[in-house]
Structures are given as structure tokens and as C-alpha cells.
Design a protein around this ligand. Structure first.
Ligand code: PHE
Length: 527
């Protein structure tokens, strides 16, 4: 539950929809699902295994497992630095959430002039006091729980509040889906349009998949080290992945119909949730706005809290693993991350430090890019290479089967196929693709990957697994080969088709948004 609490957070509700919106809706969603289940979950299970096997935090865990005279422990260090950066930007956004909670329950959001929530958000986020007060408050809350001991408190909190969050998101979905024009939003989320996917987008989506599962930076190694020896790691990883993904997709279903119904911009960036959802709550009347708005932002803050706790816990436990006092490390880390968070908050759009830029990006933008796109894939690549190629296979098998007491029919696919080949190859490919962005169109590379996957990797994988069950290798190989051209053909048709429809859809979308904006404004004016 605590690990699920770490995974489910702002990433699902705040970041996922805006990344999806920015990089083409359905196309981003499909890619996201692929990344989450094939790469993210593989990493999650690997990290949990490393953690439980060694009972240590990342650096020491790598030290315990690495071959002699190698320096894998620095991969652990890189992960922990990433944790620190994530914590800083996390505090900023969590602070915003607290503020919106307060504004909802005190009824202030009902009175926002002209329903201009985008303007309201911009004014709040760039003001000098409120965001900072909120982020410090949130940091203190996180610190208090860490000082009070995580294991009891946070598990209990997660067990009750996570299901409540799910119910609320479902209520929001229903409200959103019954708005006029909702189908446009659904079409945007579920119709793949690969022509909008850039390399930058693919990397951002991969980063988001890893960020959302809290993998790549060692947090799950720390949590793994707390998991009882008789728990089933595979089941835990499966549950965490499924819940995390379900909440993200539902958040998308709650948000996009509303975006289109109220004439907002789906590619609205980090402010998306804060601009769009208050409009939906207000459409439920004053009581709806206070009750649903209040409940929603409170739960979002709680989801953020369980994630922030995992970040601070990973860093604190690191100190403790090297003999430092827990409370002292926790307090120091909180102070330093708060300091960075304040700078980041001031550098957000319109803030007093926004004009200081590096390569046209402010500190906030840099932190968002680094922690969302660049660092998680790099750390994840190193982690999975270590797991697949440098850890002993026997000890992995031993840990995952609880010393041979659990059946592990999935082990071959997970270890020999996903962890050793698919995940590292995919991570490497996306990273290289982003470095040499200009060379190939994403859709060209996607087609090549699809062809390679379905002509070579899949048949070989199927044959490999089938052999184990005593079936004829060659037969399975040919069966897959016969089926794959069909699949590839379908995919090519889909890609060609989506490219053509794309331009028309863009024109339609803009038209609909314009109309909605006008009718929304005139209804507000009438009121
Ligand atoms: N997974 C969290 C979210 O989705 C963020 C996070 C990343 C937490 C990395 C811990 C470690 O919001």
C-alpha cells in the first residue's frame, strides 16, 4: 500500500493529462501503456527485488550485489540525487494543491471573476507569498510524518484514502462525461494520432511512465527493503502498476471532456488541472464546488503527500544506512529541498525569478524537464543493465520465488526477455532517438520497431517460452511469423490513416473550442 501510495501521486493526476494533451492524446496514451507495462513494471519488480534481497538503500544495495572492483554504487547515488530534485519540484506543485483545497472549501473559487481560472491560476502561481507558504506547509507535514515513523501511519492513511481518491475520480469522470461535447474529449484521448508525436514527446512519455511508477531512482529499492520476506513481489508489482495506470487513465477521462466542453487548450501545460477542474466543479453549483472541489484537492494533496513521503524517506534512509541520525538527516534534507523549491516556485511563469533563464528555460522548467524526461530514463537504463547483466540470476530467482516456495511461471519472460533485452533496448533507443532527434520521423522509427518486434523478437520470445513447455520450437516460430504480417499491415494502415485525418481534426478541434469558449463566456455574462 505504501508503495502504491508512492506511485500514485501528482504524476497521475497533474502531469499525465498534460503530457497526454501536449503530445497528441491517444498516441501518447498507447505509447504510455506500452512503456508502463513492459519497461516500468520490469523496473519496479527489479528494484523491489534488489531492495528486499539486500535490505539496504540504493548505494549500499548496489555495493552488496556488484561484482568486485566495479562502481555500480554510483548508479544508486545518481538515483538519490534525482530523488532530491523530484522532491523539490514536488513540493511546489503540492503547495499549489493545498492552496486550491483551501480556496475550494472557503468558497473563493466560486467567485473567480468571469470564470477565468487560467488567469486566477497564473496570478496565484506567480505571487510572491502564497505559493511559498503552501510549499513550506506541505514540506513540514511530510517531515512530521517521516519523523513519526512511516510504517504504521502511512500504511493506514494510504489504505483508507487511496480508495476514496479512486471513487472521487470516478465521480468526476461521470460529471465530465455528461457535459455537452464530451465525446470530443474522449476522441482526443483515445484516437491515436501519431503525427503529433515528436522525439521530445516519446522521451517525455517514457519519463512520465517511469516517474509515475516511482521507478528508476531507487525509491522502490528502499521500499523493497521493507517488504516482508513472505510477500509475493510479482503480485505487488502487478497491483501497483495496474492501480497507478488506472488512476492516470481515469484522470484523463475526467479532464479531457471538460477541456473540450469549456473551450480550453488540451496542451495547456502544467496548469491544466488547476485551470480546468475548478470550471467543472463550479458547473456543479456552489455546494458542488465546495464539497467536490474541496474533497478532490484534499485527496490530491494526500496522494502527493504519500509520494513526497517516499522521496524524503528514501533520502533519509540513505543517511541512516550510513549511520547518520534519522531525524537530523530528515530535517536537513527538508530545509535544503525547501530552499530549492522556493527558487523553483519563483521561477515559474510570471514569477520574480522567471526572467533568469538558461537555454530559454527557467529553473522550474529545467527541474520539470530533468525530473520528468531526462533523469528517470538514464537512471532506469543503468539500473536494468545492472539487474539483467550483473546480478546473479540464481539470487534473483531465489528472491522472487521466496526461496523456491512460490511458483514463478512468468520468470523466463520477465528476466530473460523483458529485463535483459526489451527494457534496456527500448530505453536506449528512446534516449538515442532524442539525442539525434532530427534524423528520423518518430512514425518511421515506430514502424521499424513494430516490424523488428513482430518479425524477430516476438516469434523468438514465443518460441523460447514454448520450448520450455516441451512444444515444438519451430512450429511456434512460424505461427508467429504468419500472424505478424497481418498485424504489421493493420498498423501501417492505421498510421497512414491517422496522418491524413490529423489536419482535419486540428481544424475541427480549434473550431469547437472557439465555439465553446464563446458560449461559455456569454453564459457567464448572462449570469
Ligand atoms: N510516482 C509519483 C507520482 O506519480 C512521483 C514520484 C516519483 C514519487 C519518484 C517517488 C519517486 O506522482
Amino acid at each position: 500500500m505504501a508503495a502504491a501510495g508512492s506511485a500514485i501521486g501528482l504524476g497521475n493526476i497533474w502531469r499525465f493529462p498534460y503530457i497526454c494533451g501536449k503530445y497528441g492524446g491517444g498516441a501518447a496514451l498507447i505509447l504510455y501503456l506500452f512503456f508502463v507495462f513492459f519497461i516500468g513494471m520490469t523496473l519496479l519488480l527489479s528494484e523491489l527485488t534488489i531492495g528486499r534481497r539486500t535490505g539496504h538503500t540504493p548505494m549500499k544495495a548496489y555495493e552488496a550485489l556488484q561484482p568486485k572492483h566495479t562502481m555500480w554504487r554510483y548508479v544508486g547515488l545518481a538515483g538519490l540525487i534525482t530523488c532530491f530534485l523530484i522532491l523539490s519540484i514536488y513540493l511546489v506543485i503540492s503547495g499549489w494543491t493545498l492552496n486550491y483545497f483551501w480556496e475550494s472549501v472557503s468558497g473563493q473559487l466560486i467567485g473567480v471573476a468571469n470564470g477565468d481560472f487560467a488567469g486566477h491560476f497564473a496570478a496565484f502561481a506567480s505571487s510572491p507569498v502564497a505559493p511559498v507558504v503552501c510549499l513550506v506547509l506541505f514540506a513540514v507535514l511530510t517531515l512530521v510524518i517521516i519523523l513519526g515513523g512511516v510504517q504504521n501511519g502511512i500504511e493506514k492513511v494510504s489504505k483508507i484514502l487511496m480508495p476514496v481518491l479512486l471513487v472521487l475520480v470516478l465521480v468526476l469522470c461521470v460529471r465530465s462525461l455528461t457535459l455537452p461535447g464530451a465525446s470530443k474529449g474522449l476522441a482526443y484521448l483515445f484516437n491515436p494520432d501519431f503525427s503529433k508525436l515528436t522525439w521530445e514527446g516519446v522521451l517525455a512519455i517514457l519519463g512520465q511512465a517511469l516517474f509515475s511508477l516511482s521507478v528508476g531512482m531507487g525509491v522502490m529499492i528502499v521500499y523493497g527493503s521493507y517488504i516482508p520476506k513472505n510477500d509475493n513481489l510479482f503480485k505487488s508489482a502487478m497491483w501497483i502498476t495496474v492501480c497507478d495506470t488506472a488512476i492516470a487513465v481515469l484522470a484523463g477521462v475526467a479532464i479531457f471532456p471538460a477541456v473540450f466542453a469549456f473551450g480550453q487548450d488540451p496542451a495547456g501545460g502544467p496548469g491544466l488541472v488547476f485551470n480546468v477542474l475548478p470550471v467543472v466543479f463550479n458547473s456543479m453549483g456552489a455546494v458542488g464546488s465546495i464539497v467536490f472541489g474541496g474533497a478532490f484537492f484534499l485527496l490530491l494533496a494526500v496522494a502527493a503527500l504519500t509520494s513526497a513521503i517516499s522521496l524524503l524517506e528514501a533520502l533519509t534512509a540513505w543517511g541512516a544506512d550510513y549511520g547518520k541520525k534519522r531525524s537530523l538527516s530528515a530535517i536537513l534534507l527538508t530545509i535544503v529541498s525547501c530552499a530549492l523549491a522556493v527558487l523553483a516556485a519563483y521561477s515559474f511563469d510570471g514569477g520574480i525569478l522567471n526572467s533568469y533563464k538558461l537555454g530559454d528555460m527557467s529553473l522550474f522548467d529545467w527541474l520539470d524537464k530533468l525530473t520528468g524526461s531526462y533523469l528517470p530514463p538514464v537512471c532506469a537504463l543503468l539500473t536494468i543493465i545492472f539487474f539483467g547483466w550483473f546480478m546473479k540470476k540464481d539470487s534473483i530467482m531465489d528472491e522472487l520465488s521466496n526461496h523456491g516456495t512460490l511458483p514463478t511461471p512468468w520468470f523466463k519472460v520477465f528476466y530473460s526477455f523483458l529485463a535483459r533485452f526489451v527494457a534496456p533496448a527500448a530505453l536506449l533507443l528512446v534516449l538515442l532517438g532524442s539525442v539525434f532527434q532530427a534524423e528520423f520521423e518518430v512514425s518511421t522509427v515506430l514502424i521499424v520497431i513494430a516490424l523488428v518486434l513482430y518479425f524477430f523478437v516476438l516469434p523468438l520470445g514465443v518460441a523460447y517460452v514454448a520450448k520450455d513447455k516441451g512444444r515444438k520450437n519451430v512450429l511456434w516460430y512460424f505461427l508467429s511469423i504468419v500472424l505478424t504480417p497481418l498485424f504489421a499491415l493493420l498498423m501501417l494502415i492505421a498510421l497512414g490513416d491517422s496522418g491524413e485525418k490529423h489536419r482535419q481534426r486540428l481544424i475541427d478541434d480549434e473550431h469547437i473550442r472557439m465555439k465553446a469558449r464563446e458560449s461559455y463566456k456569454s453564459s457567464i455574462a448572462k449570469e
